[in-house]
Design a protein around this ligand. Structure first.
Ligand code: FAD
Length: 397
């Protein structure tokens, strides 16, 4: 693991390092610089020191070369032994990437008393599961989880590491990336292997979603990326699939933490979690006001679905943020997405365009939403939605 050290004999107490540190992580004690616990190992203090008194040891050993790294890893996420859906989706994509590289697909699973969870990862595509089972890993905590994943990466050297862009993934994986001194591309919407050089092509929206950027990590390993839930597709589980579960033992000091897990509080503010819904009826500015979300509720009720919204509707205060679909809202992948009075801005499309069937209702025949729609209805939502609700209600009953 990377580390930093002040060579006390060389330090002259000039305080240039203190000024260079963006995190207030260096203090002077008896005229000598001392690195505090909140140091991020960013290295900003090393160059300003004219006396070579600060030594940053990077985790990559000198003899490492890119060829020493092989295999695709998914760092799986679990709560009380239940694997998060995004981990299965990443295994689906990881399988493609591993096959393209002619390498193995592995999952990393941390926790305690995880029952059948490792087996479930194999059924969803993993060849190997690296399992760390320890009471200190029962609930997610940044330090032990990041140290454990770092240690596993350093000993096995995977070429690619993928993690879900969940609250846990977003907290965990940047720490790991910094500890192993590599890059990380967050919230990818596309992952592919470049035929020429075998690099991971990591595509994600950039500049407010106005362009799609493809990012590569050519000089460091592993190549690391996060992907949101519902962006990739999971494989159908195969109970007959064979794989290996490798129990890993780590140095107990790696699992120590300065924080304490107090309590898990479930978010009960959402009646329906749109990220999990099979049918979503979404409304945009074209609804004209909050009262018209009621007709979307009725249509969603008939279809057994949930109500979503564009950011314009959320920003207008017509519906709470928890319903927002898109780049700064939720990414959804229902079987049916009905977009009512939504223009189809790229930031909205980023959150719903991988839905299986998309029906768009818009009075403007040139609205961009029609470009991604499976079926388009040109008309006024206030007429079309109640009509559709009546017809579907009659047909389904
Ligand atoms: P509009 O673009 O105003 O479209 C309204 C549509 O309704 C029009 O197409 C119009 O023809 C139609 N219409 C009007 N009246 C009727 C009627 N009576 N019947 C039928 N059709 C009608 N947006 C999101 O949705 N989600 C995000 O997460 C998101 N994140 C963003 C992040 C950034 C950094 C930025 C810059 C923007 C983001 N946006 C997001 C905003 C996005 O750019 C659009 O402004 C927004 O999606 C527009 O919402 P809308 O389609 O409801 O409204």
């Amino acid at each position: 693991m990377s580390s930093i050290e002040v060579v006390a004999e060389r330090c002259v107490g000039c305080e240039l390092c203190v000024k260079a540190c963006l995190y207030d992580a260096i203090e002077m004690v008896d005229g000598v610089a001392v690195i505090k616990d909140n140091c991020t190992l960013c290295g900003a203090c090393v160059e300003p020191c004219k006396f070579d008194a600060i030594l940053l040891r990077e985790s990559h050993r000198e003899e490492d070369s890119l060829e020493d790294y092989a295999g695709v890893w998914v760092v799986a996420e679990q709560r009380e032994g239940e694997i998060h859906g995004v981990s299965y989706e990443l295994l689906g994509k990881g399988r493609e990437l591993a096959d393209a590289r002619g390498s193995e697909l592995s999952a990393v699973l941390l926790g305690h008393d995880l029952g059948d969870a490792p087996r479930a990862l194999i059924e969803h595509g993993a060849d190997t599961v690296y399992l760390v089972d320890d009471p200190s890993l029962k609930d997610y905590l940044d330090e032990p989880y990041a140290n454990a994943v770092t240690a596993l990466i350093e000993s096995h050297r995977p070429e690619i590491v993928l993690t879900g862009a969940t609250s846990v993934g977003r907290s965990l994986i940047p720490r790991v990336a910094i500890q192993v001194r590599t890059g990380l591309t967050a919230d990818c919407t596309g992952l592919e292997i470049d035929d020429a050089e075998g690099l991971l092509l990591q595509t994600r929206p950039a500049f407010g979603g106005n362009i799609m950027a493809t990012i590569i990590c050519p000089r460091h390993r592993p190549q690391m990326a996060t992907v949101r839930h519902k962006v990739m597709k999971a494989l159908e589980p195969d109970p007959a699939r064979k794989g290996e579960i490798v129990s890993e033992r780590l140095d107990p000091s790696l699992l120590e933490t300065r924080t304490e897990f107090v309590e898990f509080v479930r978010d009960l503010t959402q009646a329906v979690n749109i990220a999990e819904a099979d049918v979503i009826v979404s409304g945009g500015r074209g609804l004209g006001g909050p009262e018209n979300f009621e007709m979307l509720q009725k249509l969603a009720g008939v279809l057994g679905g949930a109500v979503g919204a564009s950011r314009a509707a959320v920003d207008a205060g017509w519906i709470p943020y928890s319903h927002q679909v898109g780049q700064t809202g939720k990414t959804v992948q229902p079987k049916l997405y009905v977009a009512c009075g939504i223009s189809g801005a790229v930031q909205h499309l980023a959150g719903m365009q991988s839905s299986k069937t998309i029906i768009a209702i818009n009075r403007d025949p040139d609205a961009p939403i029609f470009k991604v729609a499976t079926y388009g209805i040109v008309g006024d939502v206030k007429e079309v939605v109640p009509l559709l609700t009546r017809k579907l209600s009659a047909a389904l009953s």
